[in-house]
Write a protein that binds this ligand. Structure first.
Ligand SMILES: NC(=O)c1ccc[n+]([C@@H]2O[C@H](COP(=O)([O-])OP(=O)(O)OC[C@H]3O[C@@H](n4cnc5c(N)ncnc54)[C@H](O)[C@@H]3O)[C@@H](O)[C@H]2O)c1
Length: 244
């Protein structure tokens, strides 16, 4: 599906990002794992086959220079940038009563500013190539709004607006921009949830189970490759039917 294509996955050291990278490599891609945890990114790249297949680089997605550097790594080391996955993410959950401005800004920065910087930098290269696919990782929290997540829900809804506006700007240049909204997926991010919160979320899911990172990765592969060649500005939900 992605033979000899080159992809960057931000936040690719673990969780959903790593599962996306693993699936891309299985389908023939070369990948750059751009993560704030450089050590983990390098270890994960080694697991994917190391040199010539996967590279782990230090990248804080809120830092424009670091994002540019990650894009240069892809073009210098692998010769192109065909797929950009803006996946890096954090949570700082608290009700508004307790949430600090710093918690609000940190989440908006990583998700909205990070996805914007990644989209902008990738689109600059893809536009010249005349082709490319950008996939932004939103969340079902950006569709419905979650208690304790005024920062995260705002950020994930913001990513949808960004995706649709960017999609319109670059469509005529052969570049597609889409987003996914995962629901409850089993990663370190959700392992931090209290047991009663986890159970309450599970109860809302028609398929009666959490999703696995690989199940998000399959949908991202679809958006990354030519199977979705006539789709842009779309938002696909990966939720087991939750909040439909
Ligand atoms: N797990 C879920 O249920 C779920 C649901 C919906 C959406 N998402 C989204 O999927 C994405 C991946 O989440 P996950 O569950 O795999 O989380 P995770 O915590 O397992 O992994 C997140 C990765 O992002 C990296 N990261 C954090 N801040 C960064 C920064 N500033 N720059 C670069 N890298 C950074 C981390 O080092 C880590 O490797 C996030 O955008 C998250 O919001 C997750």
């Amino acid at each position: 599906m992605l033979q000899d294509k080159v992809a960057i996955i931000t936040g690719g050291a673990k969780g959903i990002g790593f599962a996306i990278a693993e699936n891309f490599v299985a389908h023939g891609a070369k990948v750059v794992l751009a993560d704030i945890d450089a050590e983990h990114a390098r270890e994960s790249a080694a697991k994917l086959g190391g040199e010539g297949i996967a590279l782990g680089v230090a990248c804080d997605v809120t830092d424009a220079d670091a994002v540019q550097a990650a894009v240069r790594t892809a073009t210098d080391e692998f010769g192109a940038l065909d797929v950009m996955v803006n996946n890096a993410g954090i949570t700082r959950d608290a009700t508004m009563r307790k949430m600090t401005l710093a918690d609000f800004e940190a989440v908006l920065d990583v998700h909205v500013k990070g996805a914007w910087l990644g989209t902008q930098a990738a689109a600059a290269v893809m536009r010249e190539q005349g082709s490319g696919s950008i996939v932004n990782i939103s969340s079902i929290s950006g569709k419905v709004g979650m208690i304790g997540q005024t920062n995260y829900s705002a950020a994930k809804a913001g990513i949808i607006g960004l995706t649709k506006a960017a999609a319109k700007e670059v469509a005529h240049q052969g570049v597609r921009v889409n987003a996914v909204q995962p629901g409850l997926i089993r990663t370190d991010m959700t392992a931090a949830l209290r047991e009663d919160v986890w159970q309450a979320k599970l109860a809302e899911i028609p398929m009666q189970r959490a999703g696995e990172p690989e199940e998000v990765a399959k949908v991202v592969l679809f958006l990354a490759c030519d199977l979705s060649s006539y789709m842009t500005g779309c938002v696909l939900e990966i939720t087991g039917g939750r909040h439909i």
